[in-house]
Ligand binder design. Structure first.
Ligand code: HEC
Length: 171
């Protein structure tokens, strides 16, 4: 049963990613997809269907200091505006292939939460907890099942450098 749900959740997430790419990143539509994906978050082995009222779909776990969020958001915007600079933001093939569709090319967050600005320890423990099932999310659980500990550590190290890279690219 658990596995069937995992497969469905992964398919759903894959579909959401494809659907998302076809869109012009329209806020409302993304919001709906993110609700869809978030509704796959598991609790006590039951699918937790979250009901959202308008505007309350923000993932509260992701928010840190809002001032820092604004600063990062502005830098990402600046980077995107400067043609060519965005190309200077290089990430590994693994990140691009497996993570960027949901977390963004710069880890800015799309369907999945923002990762840029998180330190390695936080990222690594989040990834380990998803993989072990301690933190229940079938999307992340399904993805990490294929990655060994060395790869997971590589990803955590890489993502932890995104903030410095962004600062560097904006110089
Ligand atoms: C299909 C979409 C999708 C893909 C692909 C994806 N993620 Fe996620 N990720 C999510 C969602 C949704 C969450 C939020 C889960 C939760 O909080 O329960 C998440 C959460 C996370 C978190 C925790 C963030 C936090 O604020 O606590 C980390 C770290 C993370 N993902 C890293 C990765 C890495 C590394 C990859 C590539 C191997 C990846 N993700 C691929 C959807 C995705």
């Amino acid at each position: 049963m658990k596995h069937i749900i995992a497969v469905i959740a992964t398919l759903l997430a894959g579909w959401a990613a494809v659907y998302m790419i076809g869109l012009d990143k329209e806020v409302n539509k993304l919001d709906n997809i993110s609700k869809l994906v978030k509704s796959t978050a598991m609790e006590d082995n039951k699918i937790k269907v979250q009901t959202h009222t308008n505007g309350s779909a923000q993932s509260s776990s992701v928010q840190s200091n809002s001032q820092q969020n604004d600063e990062v958001a502005n830098k990402i915007k600046a980077l995107k505006e400067k043609a060519g600079n965005i190309a200077a933001f290089k990430t590994s093939t693994l990140y691009k292939k497996s993570c960027s569709s949901c977390h963004g090319n710069i880890g800015e967050g799309i369907i999945g939460p923002k990762l840029i600005g998180r330190d390695k320890a936080y990222l690594l423990s989040a990834l380990k907890d998803f993989k072990s099932g301690k933190r229940k999310n079938y999307v992340m659980y399904g993805l990490l099942g294929n990655l060994d500990d060395a790869k997971i550590e590589e990803l955590a190290s890489e993502i932890a450098t995104f903030k410095a890279k962004l600062d560097e690219a904006n110089k």
